[in-house]
Ligand binder design. Sequence first.
Ligand code: ADP
Ligand code: MG
Length: 707
Amino acid sequence: MSSTDIKKTQSVTELYGSLVFNDRVMRERLPKDIYKAVHKTIMNGTHLELDVANSVAAAMKEWAVELGATHFTHWFQPMTGLTAEKHDSFLSPEPDGTVIMEFSGKELVKGEPDASSFPSGGLRATFEARGYTAWDPSSPAFIKDGTLYIPTAFISYGGEALDKKTPLLRSMEALSNQAVKVLHLLGDADVHHVTTTVGSEQEYFLIDKSMYMKRKDLLFCGRTLLGAPAPKGQEMEDHYFGVLKPKVSAFMHDLDEELWKLGVPAKTKHNEVAPSQHELAPVFETANVAVDHNQLTMEVMKKVADKHGYACLLHEKPFEGINGSGKHNNWSISTDTGINLLDPGKKPAENTRFLVFLMAVITAVDDYADVLRLSVATAGNDHRLGANEAPPAIISIFVGDELAAVLDSIESGSDFQAAGKTQMGVGADVLPHITKDTTDRNRTSPFAFTGNKFEFRMPGSAVSVANANIVLNTAVAQALSDIYEELKDVPEAELADKVQELLKERLTAHKRVIFNGNGYTDEWVEEAARRGLDNLKSLPDAMPRWISDKSVKLFTTHKVLTKEEIFSRYEILLENDSKAVHIEALTMQEMVRKDFVSGLLAYMKDLTEEAAGKKAFLSADACALEESILKKLSEDAKEITEKLAKLTADTKLAEQQTDVLECAKYYESTILKDMEELRTYVDDAESEIPDQYLPYPTYGAMLFSLR
Ligand code: ADP
Ligand code: MG
């Protein structure tokens, strides 16, 4: 390592978290007893007294002002899927015409933004419009653009969750409660708390900003609604892990630094499969912090991209015919004693614990596959799931060959054979070290075991991963609770046998969800249907399951969502879905009518004039080429006229839909289909029209212009 490298390493360690009010800052700046009280609150979620809050607020303000902050904001995550903030300054005028900087414990702990313009899905009709934000001390405050950001939960006056953080925190608690009970039964008496850990890999596209600004579809909808394919797509697979282009590399470098300052542990970056597509993966953190940090990552990505002359596209399917973007949610659970419960251990007792938790996850995923599917359903992600590049809409679990063999031996009661060695049954001997699957063979699975964690690959790139983790945590809490009920009265001497029996019984009941083959094939779709697995293709298809008795029972039992909260989310999700497609339908009409048609007509006019000129001065067949293009374009133009009229009329009819579910179904089955048909002819015509006639950049220009 050269001396300049060493200098750089030091500056990165200094940079990291420099804008975060983290544990180190608190230890330095808070009186010992106050620090201890806050630390306890963070670790165990206990209540914080007002005097403690006052003391923390004072230290926080002092620290923030030293770093140039003038404002503070409660930062929350309403049901829009985005983040929200309302800035207040620290300024407090004095009678003598001066100001002092003030920030009280009350202001830290509680805020009162007007909730009336955020989606509440009916909760507003029954409860007060006002809502309040409550400090979440488990996610550290940070400074961004001269403002102190305080992560908060967003709740109605009646106590209903109006956000994604509240149920996420509740689900983490539910999972911890059930896991601790099971761990105590299995002999891990020293565990008091279990946390969910999450690392979410973020995929995104970068395109030239000036091109982005010329496309209304990208501006309004985040995805292209029109566009003929470029001569080259991703078929050469030459982009995946390819050399970073210099300008892109400069962007990524800047992005890393901005994220590091905010304490976001950005770790790996690389080119993805599609041209202009990239990925960023962080080091995993507690689920709650990981979700906050992913929201920040998306925001910072857009900001830094803009600075570098790019637009960052986070939509799940920005380009037709090119891979979409997802957000792989790596998920595990670990104890306050430092054990990753999904890590196959080195001793027989550890193996048993691992297998019990593994089986709880398998059971949960099979039992609640429909709500898990729903947790990733959005209008954008519906274009991606089930396409040939993303996991199918069918939920299944990949466990890999080694673990599959272990599971087989549990089910058949036989010894496990590995690499020539005979391993005894569960509990009696050590499991083989289950190697991390680094090959590509499991890329088609929506839910894959990857050595010491599961990777849920269905979440879309644009939205918060809170929902996916809420469902996963709660479903696993239920599976663990059932296991506890079955084992709790078993005498200690019989426990090992009973655990074996339980594992076998669970496996027999749920092995249908395990699938190690290629999830992209039609055979799997048929096979999954034979196994009785759901294939819920779209959000409106899946949505009724969200309010099923089973789903309501799950979330209410574990106090993650009340019945009212579940139903309000049902309304919000369906409404958002319809609105998204509605905006797309209007944007497409405008783009075709105003932008595309003007280009089409201009080209046709020039061709006509060209042909007329040739006809006058040369022979009639001198203009055969012009005429053949004109003929094709006229045919397309006729279809475009018809399809555009149909889309326009159908979009008007959509406004008459009153039921939220019927409305979403209508958009799905009628409007999206109309749009697809219209697009076919527009794209066909586009492929004949020279670029200079088109008022917006082509696929080729957008996807292959990064330097
Ligand atoms: P790969 O996908 O190549 O196996 P890694 O194992 O390094 O790569 O991890 C991918 C993602 O999974 C990273 O974001 C990482 O932080 C996260 N991850 C690793 N271990 C855990 C864990 N125990 N819980 C949650 N996420 C994890
Ligand atoms: Mg991955």
